[in-house]
Design a binder for this molecule. Structure first.
Ligand SMILES: *Cc1c(COP(=O)(O)O)cnc(C)c1O
Length: 350
């Protein structure tokens, strides 16, 4: 394989210059800021945020043993997904491969950007069918989206399959690791330096507990990161998000503790759920949710809803007929769910 970023990136980005912010044009120390038309009266937030997010990137880099220039931050992973489409795909010409079933946002972003989606199926165990993916690749294929652990199935993708694709595809492979903290794997960050066509996405929305702040992280070569930086909105990560994310990372111990308790609860819930007569199968999970196949997903969903408990019905998705996706909650919430399912079991007439 010969990966050439210049051949993969969108033509209109040749020679493009990023918006230069007032603060970009000045380096050094100053005490009087009359360059950005801000309101001078000091509230905590009268100044624009750091457009290059230097402190936060340095901290995330250290945490993940990468260089700060290998990091792009987004207003949620959603923004990074959209940046990838805009950096690499020509509307109406390029296509992307999204093995199904998986996270719906990749396809939405493809549609918004007028990009064709090829959708080979994952196999019955939600693993990559490498041959089917290879068959989908054509000269206009720019991106392949892989999600590991996968949403909604919860499993890690087999590493050798991903490595095989990385080594033979001339476009970009995106590995979405939103749930990697809950997994028994280090994921693909350790491969970053050897793989010029790899983008790893992580997020502060799941294990870090900051879904409301909107902070997604992309890891890639410094060349890819530079390209994405060129097209991102300059102030895409606001000051509150940058500050709270920094403070939260300082308290990593709390995250680690919460993740281990969620994993313990996940295993406990898997056992308890498997004992219900209406449960057909619990899929193995490396994430903070369980995919559960039941006899009648709609009736189970409706029953829970009537009791004020919301789960996700994934029945309409390939390989997920009569499957509910259940997030692992607190011990208390999980107990309530089990109690309600006991009542549901008693109410079913076969
Ligand atoms: C939840 C989730 C995300 C997180 O998206 P954010 O925009 O960062 O909140 C990303 N990918 C997958 C597969 C998810 O399930």
């Amino acid at each position: 394989m010969k990966f050439d970023l210049n051949k993969v990136k969108r033509k209109s980005l040749d020679g493009i210059k990023p918006y230069s912010t007032a603060r970009d044009e000045f380096k050094g120390d100053a005490s009087v800021f009359l360059d950005a038309n801000e309101n001078p009266f000091n509230t905590e937030y009268n100044r624009y945020p750091d457009p290059s997010q230097e402190k936060l990137k340095a901290t995330i880099a250290e945490l993940n043993q990468v260089e700060p220039n290998q990091i792009i931050l987004g207003n949620g992973s959603d923004e990074i997904i959209d940046l990838l489409f805009r950096a690499f795909c020509e509307p109406g010409v390029s296509n992307v491969i999204i093995p199904q079933p998986t996270y719906g946002m990749y396809s939405v972003s493809a549609a918004v950007n007028n990009i064709e989606v090829k959708q080979p199926s994952l196999d019955q165990n939600f693993q990559l069918d490498v041959a089917a993916v290879f068959k989908s690749i054509d000269p206009n294929t720019k991106l392949i989206f892989l999600c590991s652990p996968n949403n909604p199935s919860g499993n890690l993708l087999q590493e050798e399959n991903v490595i095989q694709l990385l080594g033979s595809f001339n476009g970009i492979i995106v590995v979405d690791e939103a749930y990697i903290d809950f997994a028994s794997s280090d994921g693909f960050l350790p491969s970053l330096s050897e793989c010029p066509n790899l983008v790893v996405m992580q997020t502060f929305s799941k294990a870090w507990g900051l879904a409301g702040l909107r902070l997604g992280v992309g890891f890639a070569s410094k060349e890819i990161v530079q390209l994405l930086n060129t097209i991102k909105p300059p102030y895409n990560i606001n000051s509150v998000t940058q500050n709270i994310a920094l403070a939260t990372i300082q308290n990593e111990a709390q995250k680690i503790e919460q993740v281990s308790s969620i994993i313990i609860e996940r295993e406990l819930m898997s056992k308890k759920l498997s004992q219900f007569s209406f449960v057909r199968k619990i899929y193995p999970s490396d994430a903070n949710f369980l995919l559960v196949k039941v006899i009648n997903a709609q009736s189970c969903y409706d029953y829970l809803l009537s009791k004020g408990i919301i789960v996700r019905n994934r029945s309409s998705v390939i390989h997920c007929e009569n499957c509910l996706r259940i997030t692992i909650g607190t011990e208390k919430e999980n107990e309530i769910l089990i109690e309600m399912l006991k009542a549901y079991e008693e109410s079913i007439i076969y």
